[in-house]
Each structure stands twice: as C-alpha cells, then as structure tokens.
Design a protein around this ligand. Structure first.
Ligand code: AMP
Length: 395
C-alpha cells in the first residue's frame, strides 16, 4: 500500500502535484475533452481544503524541438480556473522555471495555485536528469503524484523529483492502484480480459502476462485477424501482422496449457474499403472473402462474448472490437461496452481508445473503474513496477 495525501500533513506546505493534463485539443487549441482535468479535482480540492499551497505540473503532447507554443498549458490554466472558480497563477515561460516562477512559488499563500508550463519544454524532463528534478523539487515541500497515465515513464516530474521530497499518491493514482492492483493480485473469479485494438505487436507482452492470471481471454478488433490467420483462416484484406502468426500460435498454445478459455471472433463485419460509407456484410470468420477486410465483430461473436461477460466476476478491457470511430462498425464495441455496464462484475477499462469509447457511448458511470492510463495500465498488468508508483512512500 502506498501513502496518499491523507497520510501526510499538508497544512501550510507547498505541495507540488504531478497531474496528467495531457488533454486532447482541436486545431484552434480548444480543449475537446477535459476529463483529465476534472479527474484531478478531488486531489486538488482536498489539498486546498486542508490548507496547502499548490504547485501543479504536467506535460502536454510531445514537443520535439524544445518549447512549442501549441503545447503550452495556457488553455489548461484557463479551464482549471473555471472549474475551481479561482485564479490560477501561470507564467508561460519556455524554461518552465525561472526567477519569477521560483519567487511566486516561495511566496505562495495558503489556497493559492500555481501551474507550471509544460514540463516537456525542458529537454531534461524525459531524460530524468537530476538537475531538473532538483529544480522542480526546490519549489515545494511535498511531492504528490496523481498522474497515473505517465507513471510508466521515469521522467523528472514523475519519478526523479521523489529523490528530494517525501512522495505520496493523489486520489486518482490511489484508485488506479487499487483496481489494477486487486485485478493483478487478488481478482474475484472468473477473471475475464478482453483485448482489442489495432496491433498485436503492441500488446503481446500484456497478453502473455494476462494468460497467467485470467480464466478467459477474448481477442477482438484488428488484432484478432493475426490469430485467425494463425488458425489457418483466410482473412482477406483485414489488418494482419505478417510474421506474428507464430507468436499468435504460441499464445494460443499457452492459453490451452494454462486452461485459459481463449475466444476469438466467430464472425465479422467485412467491407471492401476502409471507410464508413461502403458496402459491408457479415461473414463467418473462416469465410472472409479475399477482397474484404473485417472492420467489426459480427452478431454471433457479440453473443458469444456477451455470454462470457455474464459469467465473469472481474473484467479488464483494453482496445475496441472494431473501427468504432465509424458508425457502421461501432456495434461490436458499443455492445461489449453495454454488456460491461450491465455486468455486476468489477469492470476495469484500461485507458486509451476503450476508455474513449465507453465515454462516447455514455457507459463510464456504470463501470467500476475507467483507467486514465492506456500504456500505464497495460504495463501495470504485465506486473512491472511503474517508476511513478515505485517511488511513492509505503504505508
Ligand atoms: P489500439 O491503439 O491498438 O488500441 O487500436 C485502436 C484502434 O484500432 C482504433 O482506432 C480502431 O479503429 C482500430 N481497429 C479496431 N478494430 C479494427 C479492425 N478490425 N481493423 C482496423 N482497425 C481496427
């Protein structure tokens, strides 16, 4: 168990909180989804209510050539001020920390909030360089990590800073660790994992680890076609990772040896082109025409997967069942999301596109936990110690 903000005295202290304000924006820079900001509010409000002086920090996007205006946290400062109903001190300085920022941090009053500019404006950030970690640490008295989505990276603001300050988790981080930790160590059974999305290659390691802990595993989405091909089926022009069939075969073999029920789509919705407005039809998974690509799971698969969902007591889901961004191919993902929402099981959504899908379809409130970290939740379930979690004080 890791210490949280509740296990440490924050009154009158300068508390530096790593948030995940890596929000999606449109071409004009307007924030298109502020869930990452609203998710940070419980920790921020708790600290303010308990007399802390707040310094918030985050990254935004992947600035490559040093500071880039389009990655400024200015829009986040504005949105946060609206949500908190209070002024946010924000200096859009390329060096993130300068004399003015230092002075403001040292003179902060109880209840005031300072937001630093995008920490990735400093190239040392992603290299976890000690000097920048120390510069950040010198601004505060306590470090709170609430950025689960970045916890799988050892950067100055997620891990390095903890060498200089007592470090505890925020509430969002605590919830992530609670749900994912229980799934990993002590899940209520049967435990079902549902994996989808585009690429097998990205998720091999987590599938392999999941086979050690789950009772059944559903594989859908684009990655299913590599498995279907490994079974000897013709998959037409479906997304298919050549060279990965052996790996898929060995995962299927491992599932068999471990007694894990591995379910693949038994039918698919296939089209001639990768677009919404195109001719599409349902085919059994072993009868996909040569000139068609599977873009969603079919109704028989939905039924099969739904039955498995009904049996499960713990469900982890990562990756859509089809190209859910196109309305004609969203049914598989939507119905699976709905089945999870109706289930009494502990339901955990592993970030990324599946989290976006359950939000878009309006089911998030009916799930036990929608993780804010795609990559981080997968690495956690692989059994890795995430750098941003490992550095937190134990209870
Ligand atoms: P990932 O980032 O690996 O979780 O993949 C998510 C993406 O996979 C989404 O953008 C989906 O549109 C895409 N996807 C899901 N199923 C398919 C499919 N059958 N063919 C192509 N892309 C797919």
């Amino acid at each position: 168990m890791k210490k949280t903000v509740k296990d440490i005295d924050v009154t009158g202290k300068r508390v530096i909180v790593r948030c995940d304000f890596n929000v999606p924006q449109d071409e004009t820079g307007a924030i298109t989804d502020d869930i990452r900001i609203t998710s940070a509010l419980p920790t921020i409000n708790y600290l303010l209510d308990n007399g802390a002086k707040l310094i918030l920090m985050s990254h935004l996007g992947r600035p490559k050539a040093g500071p880039e205006q389009k990655y400024s946290l200015a829009p986040v400062a504005k949105r946060l001020a609206e949500l908190l109903g209070k002024e946010i001190l924000f200096f859009p300085v390329n060096e993130v920390i300068n004399e003015k920022v230092r002075k403001t941090a040292s003179e902060l009053q109880v209840g005031q909030v300072l937001l630093l500019e995008n920490v990735r404006f400093r190239k040392e950030e992603t290299k976890n360089e000690v000097a920048f970690s120390k510069e950040l640490a010198d601004l505060g008295d306590i470090f709170v990590n609430d950025a689960f989505g970045s916890a799988h990276r050892a950067h100055c603001s997620t891990a390095g800073i903890s060498a200089f300050l007592p470090s505890v988790s925020g509430f969002l981080m605590e919830k992530e660790i609670k749900y994912l930790g229980t799934a990993l160590e002590n899940p209520e059974r049967p435990f079902l994992a549902i994996m989808g999305g585009a690429k097998v290659n990205d998720k091999i390691l987590v599938i392999e680890s999941l086979l050690n802990i789950v009772d059944s595993l559903i594989i859908g989405g684009g990655m299913a076609y590599t498995f279907l091909a490994a079974k000897g089926y013709a998959v037409g022009t479906s997304l298919f990772e050549s060279g990965m069939e052996d790996m898929a075969r060995s995962l299927m073999e491992k599932a068999k040896n471990k007694g894990v029920r591995l379910l693949l789509p038994i039918d698919v919705i296939a089209a001639k082109e990768f677009k919404n407005e195109t001719d599409f039809a349902r085919y059994d998974a072993d009868k996909i025409p040569m000139d068609r690509m599977g873009l969603d799971i079919g109704e028989k698969s939905i039924l099969l997967f739904s039955e498995e969902i009904k049996r499960a007591k713990t469900i982890f889901w990562n990756g859509p069942m089809g190209v859910f961004e196109m309305p004609n191919f969203e049914a598989g993902t939507k119905t699976i999301a709905e089945a999870l929402a109706e289930s009494d099981a502990v339901t955990i959504i592993g970030g990324g596109d599946s989290a976006a899908a359950v939000r878009e379809f309006g089911f998030s409130d009916k799930l036990s936990h929608v993780s804010t970290g795609g990559g981080a939740s997968l690495e956690y379930l692989e059994g890795k110690i995430l750098p941003g979690v490992g550095i937190l004080l134990d209870k």
